[in-house]
Design a protein around this ligand. Sequence first.
Ligand code: AHG
Ligand code: MN
Ligand code: MN
Length: 335
Amino acid sequence: MSDIGKSITQFIIEQQRVHKKSTGEMSGLLNDIVSACKKISHLVNRSGIIGIGGAAESENVQGEVQKKLDIITNDVMVDHLNWTGHLAAMASEEIEEIIQIPANMPKGQYLIAFDPLDGSSNIDINLSVGTIFSILRCPEGVKDPTVEDFMQKGTEQVCAGFCVYGPTTMMILTTGKGVNGFTLDRDVGEFILTHPNMTIPEDTAEFAINMSNQRFWEAPVQRYIDECMQGVDGSREKNFNMRWVASMVAEVYRVLTRGGIFLYPLDTKPTTKGGKLRLLYEANPMSFIVEQAGGVSSTGYQRIMDIKPESVHQRVPVILGSKNEVERVMGYHTE
Ligand code: AHG
Ligand code: MN
Ligand code: MN
């Protein structure tokens, strides 16, 4: 029987039953995240009407001007996750230090790192934004997690997902057994499985990169994009199409749907040296999802999920998507 049409709640509980030793804590945590994302979807949708669009008067730890919704969605995530007893601590793009569970609340066995609102520069122009999350196990015996406990490689993730608030709101989820996509049925208030077993085609003729950074790229990326741009007249002997939404959630969703390669590479731009995207709550969860869908995710030099993190807000270059294209770019880095 096809799983299409199942609610995300049923899907999660059925997956939990497959694991004999499961305590249900992961299912509980996923339900908390689902609730938070439904609330965020509602707020993003109504932001203009209720006056929560536009910039706030603050900057985040990375010196980026925060949007009002960056702060509000961070609070929604924290408020939905800090009391249910499934987490031992949290890390958020919007908060410098890790976030502890209040002393009067029970603690659980998981850690979460999240980007509450990805692509927030797109909020005021009514383009897709999203929420990204990565779930790790809290190391055994640790009652009061520190930053060190979050410094786990992407390969240690037990679950990752993202929600994209676009023409429809969708939740994409992996627990290491493939990738499934759910669409929010607003009338019923449930995410419904609409895209089971999402897979990324191995080949593609579509790339996504912020071309305005071209003069800052390293030689291997210059070469790759140059060859794409030459189309049928160049060594690739085929034409490429280009997209750049500036919301990683929208780009990765597109890659999962019809293939493609997405690059935010290493560059020499003063503001983004070392890459722009953050390892813990952007690059790692997206890499887990992309690999689970048959794609590849690399810095150009190494597999992203093999990087041992050194700080909560560490940035990395990201090149992900259709296997054959990403491997080609990786090859250019080692030549
Ligand atoms: P965030 O809004 O969480 O800071 O993330 C934005 C990220 C990512 O979603 C996107 O791919 C990239 O930044 C866009 O960067 P540019 O504006 O430099 O193109
Ligand atoms: Mn982001
Ligand atoms: Mn963000």
